[in-house]
Design a binder for this molecule. Structure first.
Ligand SMILES: *Cc1c(COP(=O)(O)O)cnc(C)c1O
Length: 466
């Protein structure tokens, strides 16, 4: 560095720490966090990203606008309802309130009447069973992957699913044989068309084989028949598993085996039937006619159905296991269940999501199209841009390939980056050289902030162009 380089005069840390605003920030932020912010801004000045004169003001502004965590709230203008990179389902007001209420000490495992220990998560479970009468019992774990892991680990082998109401006699215990010991986890029978990777290289198949189980793939990518399953069943069969292909669709010459048919086969051979639906519709939704739902899968005879809490259900991250009492109890009693259990905040938010009507995912799915169009036109007018037709999507959570017709405001592609890094942070869809603003998943109350933010970006673009 040359002698006159202004970067040499970057204010020193002790000087910055002594600024009154920085001292005031110390009332709520710890010193490590404050020093990290100081160091980050000093580095920005050293590398020429900001002028030296801006160091102190930048630190003060960063400290005063620092949120409780480093997670930045985002307005999702992609039109994708369940966007895994954006935290999947936004919580409803009731769920948000439930989290705040449960944040302190709560009776998550205590009966306040008697003062003795009670079962955990009874409220969430009761809500699940009310929402889904076909389920005899339910268990909530950390996420869908955990639910699948637990189900295939705990529920294996002949007789593991007794209590199905069909084969079960009055004397259930005499029918039940113990599950095979952990050293012999057996084979999970699954269709080749359902061996899915759900994102970021995460394969459900890899997850299942960590249990020591072997996968017995049957059928082909496009077609699997009941006979394929039947031929694969041996004494070593651990379970039949049906997985919803939640993020892709095979079209053309295809066939797969329905849950009801698999039930018959499972009964003949006395093996459990697990159905992983991914998304979490309790009952069929007319907006997504091909999306499977929990109620139908249970009525068709699944011993256990697995769904995520934060996909179409619109709740917090969770894995829900619903099904026949005996099967759910077997899963709940497995030692792994303790390692995969959910915290009180999730239980509170899940219960609130299920028992209250407002639900942002549901609202975005069933948005009033005329209103969406009006909002989009108002935005376009305010910023001087055009409206184009644009399909929203459910996203990784389900209904692959199903368009949700609507509109977007079209902007130049280079607007996407400043919108993402602005305040509010707006994530648009970048597609075919355009930046598209789809208001489907944006709360209507935010429309004006969106317009203002885009206005600022467009104006500074004009200035830059000069
Ligand atoms: C999303 C998904 C999972 C994993 O659920 P997480 O809640 O993300 O752990 C498992 N199976 C299917 C079919 C899915 O769609």
């Amino acid at each position: 560095m040359v002698e006159s380089d202004p970067r040499r005069s970057i204010p020193r840390t002790d000087h910055l720490l002594a600024l009154p605003e920085v001292i005031a920030a110390g009332e709520h932020l710890n010193q490590e966090t404050i020093k990290a912010i100081i160091s980050e801004v000093q580095t920005a000045a050293r590398t020429g990203q900001i002028p030296v004169a801006e160091v102190a003001p930048t630190i003060i502004s960063k400290l005063s606008s620092r949120l409780a965590s480093s997670l930045t709230p985002v307005l999702n203008a992609t039109g994708i309802l369940v966007h895994t990179n954006l935290g999947r389902a936004p919580l409803s007001p009731a769920a948000t309130q439930a989290i705040t209420e449960a944040a302190g000490y709560v009776d998550v495992e205590m009966d306040l009447g008697s003062g003795i220990r009670s079962k955990r998560g009874t409220g969430a479970k009761a809500a699940l069973l009310q929402a889904c009468p076909a389920a005899e019992d339910a268990l909530v774990v950390n996420n869908g992957a955990a639910a699948l892991l637990l189900a295939v680990t705990a529920l294996r082998g002949r007789g593991a699913h007794v209590g199905s109401g069909r084969a079960a006699s009055a004397n259930i215990d005499s029918v039940r044989k113990p599950a095979p010991p952990a050293a012999e986890p057996g084979e999970i029978i699954i269709s080749r068309g359902e061996l899915i990777e759900i994102g970021a290289g995460f394969r459900l198949t890899d997850l299942m084989t960590t249990t020591g189980a072997r996968l017995r793939e049957v059928g082909t990518t496009n077609r699997t028949h009941l006979a394929d399953y039947a031929d694969a069943i041996t004494d070593d069969t651990s379970c039949l598993l049906k997985v919803h292909t939640s993020n892709f669709r095979v079209e053309g010459f295809t066939s797969s085996v329905e849950v009801a048919e698999l039930r018959t086969l499972a009964d003949e051979h006395d093996v459990p039937l697990i159905v992983d639906l991914g998304s979490g519709l309790f009952t069929p939704d007319p907006a997504l006619p091909d999306e499977p739902d929990i109620d139908s899968a249970l009525r068709a005879g699944a011993d256990l159905v697995i769904v995520s809490g934060d996909k179409l259900l619109g709740g917090p991250q969770a894995g829900l296991i619903l099904g026949r009492s005996e099967a759910v109890q077997t899963v709940a009693k497995h030692p792994l269940a303790r390692a995969l259990r959910t915290d009180k905040l999730t239980l509170a938010a899940l219960e609130a999501t299920i028992t209250h009507t407002a639900n942002p995912i549901h609202d975005a799915l069933h948005i009033d199209k005329d209103r969406l169009r009006e909002r989009t036109e108002t935005l376009a007018e305010a910023i001087g841009a055009t409206v184009v037709e644009h399909d929203g999507r459910v996203g990784g959570g389900g209904a692959p390939g199903v368009p949700l017709p609507g509109w977007a405001v079209e902007l130049p592609e280079h607007c996407a980056e400043p919108l993402r890094t602005g305040d509010p942070a707006i994530v648009a869809r970048v597609h075919q050289g355009r930046c598209l603003i789809d208001l489907r998943c944006v709360p209507e109350s935010e429309d004006q902030r969106v317009a203002a933010a885009i206005g600022t970006v467009l104006t500074s673009n004009l200035v830059d162009d000069d």
